[in-house]
Ligand binder design. Structure first.
Ligand SMILES: [Zn+2]
Ligand SMILES: [Zn+2]
Length: 337
């Protein structure tokens, strides 16, 4: 009898596929890696060969240079490739530009590794594509019923209202440099904000990369060139660590805001000196996690990391076998770094 763990199993380097002889999102250098997306906890350098979407490969090259791996192969969404005996396909995960779920097929078994994902619309990437499987591998960053992300439009309106209310203050919005920042900019543009948006120097490369891949961001300018420019009433986007930093003091009475799923937790906002918390996440919230598991109805749910306890219990109560993999090395994003 073939077991699911014959196709995929947790190891110290991450999820390993024995019949295909490759790892998924390995946390240490391996000969063959299939990568779900470009965030640093999933995409690391030094592998022998990497298979990922073209966008993810560009992100890795932007971070480490072209030599980030011995060899790189890009795969389009929906395209099939055989890795030894295993069929490998990438389908959209709706998380960030280039993010993919990895669909593995072998001996009549199908396992989907979703990487990080969300179900709500994101103007910077195609939506999550549900693929029925025997095993659905999911994260559980926001795997507690308390985490329910409000509609994005509400959060964007909060920011626009504050800009109108405090026209003398520079609005400094902390946003993770890969994915969140560009999504925030796109959502602002969709809401009609057509002024120049000022961006921290750490984001310039990734913004340009998004634009090269067809994501229009509108008029941007560096927030760091002229120290005398205090930008009252303007919007500045910076990495989360910069908004309460010495760097922030150059601006006009800066109003620190932070775009993160964790902003649901008031104590976190206070701790980070955030005056305007914006609940904007690139990860599935509780309803999206449970809704996805219910929709896919896999035979087993494997939870890689995060708040797995409640999702584990929820799956079991709904007749789906569930197991926590307790993988280490993931989850250092979502505005925490
Ligand atoms: Zn991610
Ligand atoms: Zn992650």
């Amino acid at each position: 009898m073939v077991r699911f763990t014959d196709l995929l199993r947790p190891t110290e380097a991450g999820l390993y596929c024995p019949p295909g002889d490759f790892h998924v999102d390995p946390v240490r250098p391996v000969p063959h890696a299939v990568i779900t997306h470009g965030h640093g906890d999933h995409a690391r350098q030094g592998h022998g060969a990497v298979l990922a979407t073209a966008e993810t490969l560009s992100i890795m090259a932007a971070r480490w240079g072209e030599g980030f791996a011995g060899a790189a192969q890009s795969l389009r969404y929906g395209e099939n490739v055989k890795h030894k005996d295993v069929d490998v396909k990438l389908v959209p995960a709706g998380h960030i530009l280039g993010s993919a779920q990895i669909v593995l097929g072998w001996n009549g078994i199908r396992i989907v590794v979703s990487g990080d994902y969300k179900r709500r619309r994101d103007p910077t990437c195609p939506p999550f594509e549900p693929v029925p499987s025997d095993v659905f591998v999911t994260e559980a960053t926001f795997g507690l019923p308390v985490f329910r992300h409000p509609p994005d439009g509400e959060e964007i309106q909060k920011l626009l209202k504050s800009l109108r209310q405090f026209p003398e203050r520079t609005h400094l919005v902390g946003a993770y440099a890969l994915g969140k920042a560009q999504r925030l900019i796109c959502l602002l543009r969709e809401a009609g904000y057509d002024q120049t948006i000022y961006v921290h120097g750490a984001m310039a490369t990734l913004n340009a990369l998004y634009e090269r891949h067809g994501v229009a961001l509108g008029k941007l300018a560096p927030a760091t060139t002229d120290k005398r420019e205090r930008l009252p009433g303007r919007l500045v986007i910076a990495p989360p660590s910069a908004i309460a930093d010495k760097w922030a003091r150059r601006f006009a009475d800066p109003l620190p805001a932070l775009a993160s799923g964790w902003m649901r937790v008031r104590a976190r906002a206070r701790q980070r000196h955030v005056e305007l918390p914006l609940i904007l996440s690139d990860h599935a919230d509780w309803d999206e996690l449970t809704g996805t598991v219910a929709e896919l109805a896999p035979r087993e749910v494997w939870i890689t990391h995060g708040n797995e306890e409640a999702l584990l219990r929820w799956s079991q109560l709904n007749g789906i076998a569930a197991r926590a993999l307790d993988l280490v090395g993931y989850g250092e994003e979502e505005g925490e770094s």
